[in-house]
Design a protein around this ligand. Structure first.
Ligand SMILES: [Fe+2]
Length: 254
């Protein structure tokens, strides 16, 4: 039987084996704007220890700032800005205690449901950068009021940022839907893992098409735990990812 500290030490050694070798850099990205690094409030990390493990692994790849974005979703994660900000403060303290020099900020990833409409109406959405609001919708089912919601956000002074557009299966059969949303000044935040098909083969095809058509404003890690780290090491070597270095991504101006 192992004690807690022995177990942490073993886990730490295991994690280090999957962490990137020094010098293996994520390249042009310095700021990540999509992640689940606050413990216990969504399906992301489960503890501050795990959060720190993830952050230091990404830091070793070249990131120096994280805007973490816990889920806000009426069915599962009814998180409030107060809870998110308070946990973000705690995470900063934990990082400082471990002498880890990294910038942490927070916003949210909103699922566009009825609760989102209420928060939008009361203008109490969490933003990052220039009034950007990260949103997601159902992967499988087209939402009838999607475009109306984007419009309402813009009318309220928010800039919609669609998380992982390459993951919405209901749009796969008609790429024109991507053109339409892109043309409505909705920003696209692609997931780093999609460059190697971490979520599906189809999402890899879509992301390659989005990149080819220069339909990318951000690239986010959307990291939930350590499992994605080895995939990121391959993702940054893909030609599609390299191609994005020529685009003016917004990440590093956040
Ligand atoms: Fe996410």
């Amino acid at each position: 039987m192992f004690g807690n500290s022995e177990m942490m030490s073993i886990l730490s050694r295991v994690f280090k084996q999957t962490a990137p070798a020094s010098g293996q850099s994520v390249g042009y990205l310095k700021t990540d704007m999509h992640s689940h690094l606050l413990p216990g409030i969504d399906d992301g990390v489960k503890s501050f220890e795990e959060s720190i493990e993830v952050i230091t692994s990404l830091q070793a790849m070249g990131y120096n700032k994280f805007i973490t974005t816990p889920h806000i979703m009426s069915d599962f994660y009814r998180n409030t800005p107060e809870v998110i900000r308070s946990l973000c403060d705690e995470l900063r303290l934990e990082l400082a205690k471990s002498n880890i020099d990294v910038e942490i900020d927070c916003a949210a990833e909103y699922y566009m449901d009825d609760m989102f409409d209420e928060l939008l109406a009361s203008k109490s959405l969490m933003t990052f950068g220039d009034n950007n609001v990260l949103v997601e919708t159902s992967y499988l089912n087209p939402v009838s009021n999607l475009k109306e919601t984007f419009f309402n956000m813009q009318m309220a002074g928010y800039q919609p940022v669609l998380a992982h557009p390459e993951r919405y299966v209901f749009m796969y059969s008609d790429f024109e839907q991507y053109n339409d949303i892109f043309g409505r000044d909705v920003l696209f935040a692609l997931n780093l893992g999609s460059f190697v098909g971490y979520y599906s083969k189809e999402s890899k095809k879509i992301i390659e098409k989005l990149v080819k058509n220069k339909m990318v404003h951000f690239i986010g890690s959307d990291i939930h735990n350590m499992r994605l780290i080895p995939h990121f090491q391959r993702a940054i070597q893909t030609s599609a990812y390299q191609q994005c270095s020529a685009y003016k991504l917004i990440n590093n101006s956040l």
